[in-house]
Design a protein around this ligand. Structure first.
Ligand code: NAP
Length: 277
């Protein structure tokens, strides 16, 4: 990669960002497409977020990703939001469109693409169980409802967080049967997809979800990708169910961000192969 006087700047803001795999996968996609961009990590603390975004604006940054803990706090610092970002209430991608900072959310679309590509699973008309009601769940549930889910049960430890999602998306998607429970039902035979959006499983701790309760055609998806096989996925694989971790979602949200910034579709599978290496 040659950085010259015309190279345009892309990056990722977060706190911390040193662990992010996005610089690696985005720069590989830039190089593969022969484009003149560079993507860099841009650590910024919550206390300095507004100064940070003002600085990026002043420097004419072309686009950036937003990660924990700024996905919600960045909203009032932007000029416009896409309909998805507005409905979800969180932004993971910003594009500088003629001086206007426009916020997008590509996480949910990335999840649906990953479900289709890796598991051949289409949410249209499906019966879904989503564990968690945090930021990742908000984007996931929006995209699953928009993709035509028939019934979606949210299971979360904190009742109020989940109830707020049922209210929010119930208005937006009146055709979807949205429900909430504090614990997972013991029988899940009619569930087509069990999706974990919580961080439980990253440290090897088991989620209180038993794939044995699922029917044999159900699929299991865990947004966690480190470790590559969470206890939930290990149990699903042992049961013989189709399952996948969140690596495909991470790659697919990145592909969508890349296309928003550059107008180019990255080489198919490239970002995922970078993440797997
Ligand atoms: P978040 O906003 O902090 O939400 C965390 C969720 O996990 C909440 O529902 C929380 O429940 C639940 N939770 C946390 N600890 C728990 C415990 N001990 N027992 C039961 N529930 C617990 O975080 P997030 O941004 O949604 O991220 C969640 C996970 O998704 C992380 O592992 C993240 O790495 C992953 N993720 C992956 C991708 C990808 O591309 N693959 C993208 C985004 C996020 P309460 O509401 O009760 O606190």
């Amino acid at each position: 990669m040659v950085i010259s006087g015309t190279t345009r700047l892309l990056g990722i803001i977060g706190d911390p960002v040193h662990h992010s795999r996005s610089p690696e996968m985005q720069n590989r996609a830039v190089a593969e497409a022969g484009l003149d961009y560079v993507y860099v990590p841009l650590p910024v603390s919550p206390q300095r977020l507004s100064q940070g975004v003002a600085g990026l604006r002043a420097l004419g940054i072309h686009g950036f990703n937003v990660t924990i803990p700024h996905k919600v706090a960045v909203l009032p610092l932007l000029d416009r939001l896409s309909p998805e970002a507005e409905a979800i209430g969180a932004v993971n991608t910003v594009h500088n469109e003629n001086g206007c900072l426009v916020g997008y959310n590509t996480d949910g679309a990335g999840l649906v693409a990953s479900l289709r590509e890796e598991l051949g699973f289409d949410p249209q008309g499906a019966n879904l169980v989503v564990i968690g009601a945090g930021g990742a769940a908000r984007a996931a549930i929006y995209a699953l409802c928009a993709a035509g889910a028939q019934r979606l049960l949210i299971v979360n430890r904190s009742a109020e967080r989940a109830r707020e999602l049922v209210r929010r998306y119930g208005k937006l998607f009146p055709r979807v049967r949205l429900e909430f429970r504090e614990t997972l039902p013991s029988m899940l035979e009619d569930t087509d997809l069990l999706l974990n959006t919580t961080s439980v499983g990253m440290d090897g701790v088991s989620l209180s979800a038993d794939p044995a309760a699922l029917g044999e055609n159900a699929v299991v998806y865990d947004m966690i990708y480190a470790p590559p096989e969470s206890p939930l996925l290990a149990a699903a694989r042992w049961r013989g169910l189709r399952c996948a971790n969140g690596l495909g979602m991470l790659a697919a949200q990145g592909e969508r961000a890349f296309t928003l910034w550059t107008g180019v579709i990255p080489l198919r599978g490239l970002m995922k192969s970078v993440l797997k290496s």
